[in-house]
Design a protein around this ligand. Structure first.
Ligand code: 6R9
Length: 641
């Protein structure tokens, strides 16, 4: 790796103790040194300028530095790694050929698109929405934006037109990059048609151009002059594109994520700190080496794809696999076959996928070799010890360390994770903070808890990868993350710390449901449900689900005169699928004659959660309810259903 000296890639237990102590004693020195791993056009002389105090709030890292993220991910590798594969593309259909894209080729493709975007009038600071399948052009699109200083907003290909429209309207995108169709598990996804539907919706007329990648070759409706074929515009461009000089604090991207209230928020990450942090954590957590073949199964529509398929690995000159498909197509050995086919050494996936594959038994795994594997990782939700052990013993043949990485869209990169050579792993624990990161636990009053304790997880000081604002709504950023516990960043997660000081994340403590590692806001699902003319009110809670981690349980109160029926249930499911996307489909819809409310009219979700879990003996105090009878009838119906 270009940067092995900053810090050692292989951190042992002794290194860890020393590095950690140094990092928190003198964060300026520590993060100043880490920043040297990046190629700066102008090296920063300032390291951090941070205050979490809401009266004097600021988060700035490397404030006078200048750089370009795409140069760090491409140009600086051309001399030493020009012919090395930057990306290996494995298509949905295994009978189709895989593609190896060298750093030189990726550089040329990014430059051509960068020039095309400039030609189409996209300038530094303009927003570009990317709605693409997991194909090489998704990475090209992100890096081309970075090259010319445009701010990308990647929208996950599973989102419905309404969600695309909301995201375009919120950031005022000038241009959309999409494809004719996506492919997943042999099924076609009508991406261009979804964009057309989104652009017919209110608030999207900032979009001037839609670039359409020919992927499946399906016929699509092209609306001239708005819609342009990607290849027709891009292929003729020059393969050299002058990179924009970006200040460290210039925005790199916006990524929408669900919170406990309202619409998804546009998490904004900036250029310098984010890139330093993504590359630093990618190297030390995965113990990256020059000849690794690294595969993260996330989609680029999520933060894991941004930091650990694109920016971290490419800044480090690694070879990253881009997988278009799904774990169970054409059969449940697909992951392991891909590992053998491309000799994958580092494999990073989500607990939900592990649990689903564990259900299929050992044979689909043990029939493959997996001898190339050196390290396994997980992300997105707590991993239950049983799934951890299966991953370790069966997938990793009991010889690969597991890194259970805790982090968030907001954190930009991994904050708490075992380091592969720095300690004894504990199934189900994310263990210790990375050097430079200061987690703590607080009780409901914000009092810091010492030693062995359980409470709410906060971070006491900034790190370079921290989000800087909610796009277009800075007060919401401060309210959401810095007001609950003044002076601290509140993660929204509950957590336990054991006697060894290891952290065990217990899950969200706010109104966010983590379904298969995807964050779904209860408020979003409720608003999709009440969009149906027959619905008076809806309340949505999570419940423990064997495969998904959490499932979605919706309590729905119908308007007077509307009768519950299976047909109505399907219509409500459809409202959610078209309003948000299939990932937010409720697992259960329970008809509720009324919802438990306090006398001031607040829905008591605590009680609904217990009913959904089936833990009806632990309902707690219901005496403050306006109408305690409502609870009895909900419990009776839940038991009956
Ligand atoms: C990277 C990512 C963030 C939420 C986070 C937490 C949960 C993520 C976890 C984990 C336990 C882990 N989470 N990693 N919980 N152990 N290793 O997933 O970002 O989509 O924003 O979700 O996911 O609840 O707060 P994001």
């Amino acid at each position: 790796m270009p940067t092995a000296a900053h810090p050692p890639a292989r951190i042992t237990r002794d290194d860890y103790e020393r590095l950690y102590a140094d990092s928190v004693r003198d964060p300026d020195a520590f993060w100043g040194r880490i920043a040297q791993r990046i190629d700066w056009m102008r090296a920063p002389t300032q390291v951090r300028d941070v205050s979490f105090d809401v009266a004097d709030f600021r988060i700035r890292w490397y404030g006078d530095g200048e750089l370009n993220a795409s140069v760090n991910c491409l140009d600086r590798h051309l001399d030493t790694r020009g012919d090395k594969p930057a990306l290996i593309f494995e298509p949905d259909d295994p009978s189709q050929p895989a593609q190896h894209v060298s750093y030189r080729e990726l550089h040329a493709r990014v430059c051509r698109l960068g020039n095309a975007l400039r030609h189409l009038g996209v300038r530094k600071g303009d927003r570009v929405t990317i709605y693409l399948p997991m194909i090489v052009d998704a990475v090209v699109a992100m890096l081309a934006c970075a090259r010319i200083g445009a701010v990308h907003s990647v929208v996950f290909g599973g989102f419905a037109p309404q969600s695309i429209a909301d995201r375009i309207a919120d950031c005022g995108s000038k241009l959309v990059i999409t494809a004719d169709e996506g492919l997943r598990g042999g099924k076609r996804i009508a991406l261009k048609a979804n964009v057309d539907a989104a652009l017919a919706m209110h608030g999207t007329n900032s979009v001037e151009t839609v670039l359409v990648v020919r992927h499946t070759g399906a016929g699509v409706d092209m609306q001239m002059p708005r819609d342009r074929w990607f290849d027709a515009v891009v292929d003729s461009q020059h393969a050299h594109c002058e990179p924009e000089r970006m200040n460290a604090e210039d925005p790199l991207f916006i990524l929408y994520t669900s919170g406990s209230t309202g619409k998804p928020k546009g998490v904004l990450h900036t250029t310098g700190g984010y890139l330093v942090y993504a590359s630093y954590t990618h190297e030390c957590v995965f113990d990256l080496r020059e000849d690794d073949v690294y595969w993260c199964t996330a989609d680029v529509g999520w933060i894991t794809g941004h930091s650990y398929i694109v920016y971290g690995p490419l800044a480090n000159g690694a070879t990253a696999l881009v997988f278009e498909g799904v774990p169970n197509y054409p059969d449940v050995s697909r992951f392991w076959n891909v590992i053998d086919k491309h000799r994958v050494t580092l494999f990073y996936t989500a607990p939900t996928a592990i649990r689903a594959l564990m259900r299929e038994g050992d044979a689909p795994v043990t029939s493959t070799s997996r001898a190339s594997l050196r390290l396994l990782g997980t992300v997105g939700e707590p991993i239950n010890p049983e799934a951890w052990r299966w991953y370790h013993d069966v997938v990793g043949d009991a010889r690969c360390p597991i890194v259970d990485t805790w982090w968030q869209t907001e954190t930009g990169g991994i904050l708490i994770s075992p380091l592969p050579h720095a300690g004894t792993p504990k199934p189900g624990s994310a263990t210790k903070p990375l050097p430079g990161v200061r987690p703590a636990l607080v009780d409901a009053n914000g009092e810091l808890l010492d030693g062995e304790a359980e409470g709410n997880l906060v971070i006491l000081d900034s790190w370079p990868g921290q989000m800087r604002t909610v796009y277009g709504d800075h007060p919401r950023f401060i309210d959401t993350y810095f007001k609950t516990y003044p002076g601290m960043y509140f993660t929204g997660d509950g957590c336990r710390r054991d006697a060894d000081g290891d952290y065990w994340i217990t899950g969200r403590v706010d109104d966010v449901i983590n379904v298969s590692g995807h964050r779904i806001g209860t408020a979003e699902v409720e608003s999709a449900l009440v969009g149906h003319a027959g619905v008076a009110e809806a309340a949505v809670v999570g419940f423990p689900h064997d495969l998904k981690g959490q499932g979605i349980h919706a309590f729905v109160t119908l308007k007077a005169g509307i009768e519950p029926s299976d047909a109505l249930r399907s219509e409500l499911v459809q409202c959610v699928r078209t309003g948000i996307g299939p990932i937010a489909t409720p697992d259960r819809i329970q008809w509720a004659p009324g919802l438990p409310k306090t006398r001031s009219g607040k829905i008591m979700r605590r009680i609904l959660r217990k009913i959904a879990e089936g833990a009806t003996e632990q309902l707690g105090d219901t005496s403050t309810l306006a109408d305690p009878g409502v609870v009895e009838s909900l419990v009776a119906d839940r038991t009956a259903s």
